[in-house]
Design a protein around this ligand. Sequence first.
Ligand code: GLV
Ligand code: MN
Ligand code: MN
Length: 399
Amino acid sequence: MTSPERFAALWRSLAPIGNSPHGYHRLSWSYPDLACREWFAEEAADRGLTVETDGNGNLWGWLGDPAAGDAVVTGSHFDSVPGGGGYDGPLGIVSAFLALDVLAERGVRLRRPIGVVAFTEEEGSRFGVACLGSRLLTGALDPERAAALRDRDGVTPVEAMKSGGVEPSLLGPDPLRLGRIGAFVELHIEQGRALTAPVGVASAIWPHGRWRLDFTGTGNHAGTTAMHQRHDPMLTFAHAVLVANKEARLRGGHATVGRVGVEPNATNAIPSRVTAWLDARAPGQSTLDGLVSAIGTRITDRAGRDGTAATIEAESVSPLTEFHTGLRDRIVALLGGAPVLPTGAGHDAGVLAGHVPTAMLFVRNPTGVSHAPEEYATDVDCAAGVEALATVLEELACR
Ligand code: GLV
Ligand code: MN
Ligand code: MN
């Protein structure tokens, strides 16, 4: 049995890492991420798990021999968005270790190996591609493309891993490792105030993605360039932000521009370039495709009128994920009819779902805030999540 106090005690041992008055900064391979990995190794060792880092930088702890196959794996990610919350990701890892404690107390015998995983760069906040570690593992991302990614300082994933003391032995698909997983279950904080019970089960992940928008124009003097003689990419960008919001509302999708860069970024100069990132999501693929295409068309029209140029390029796109219905129904029954809900947030579970029976458990988020410092779940609900995860692991690995 996990009490809220027990949850809180383990939570407290991880929570300070990478925290600040402006939220969490746990970019992959940064010092806080490395400290989280150390924490993982210690918690795993305390529970008798063997720890390894795979060729893509994902961190694994094993109870039992993974070579036996048909393993039941649970876990999530440590990395955060810049200024993010503490629960998105780490809750699934803390809960995994506590669920193992529950299984030990229940005195159950493992019939299959259990793995705890911390996937690398789920948020894509450093290198731009979401679920980088799980995509590489499953072959969903070309390793050459991954190797060519750069963070904002021009550092590649391989360089970042090396500076973190991890030798990336194999950047790319790892079918042997993937083939040993019989089921994957990710526990995660719910992110949209959609869950009123303490614990829910995921049905699907909306199709979603990120597109890079480049607006180019003519840099010039703010005081001497007549208004009608400007080619100002900031105007095209501003229009794009409004258009994205309007099209999303009209079509029942979500569109966000949360990251922008301006060159030269001077108060008294018309910019020469604006680069922004569009995050777009929708309940169905055709809605998402229609949304992104409408935004693109309207941006191009506007660029023509502004005398600027605009390009839109997909950086990280995920199709609709429908979780394994048999596993989902089994878990719902096991948890006494837990509510089932879809989500607009992406997860490594969505990547794994294309390869192994995969399920997700959600823990209630009373405010619905996520990707922000106020993200929060109560210790009582988190403890309920641990119990639910333990029950699922027992069902899948011990029967
Ligand atoms: C991951 O958190 C996402 O952006 O959906
Ligand atoms: Mn997230
Ligand atoms: Mn997450």
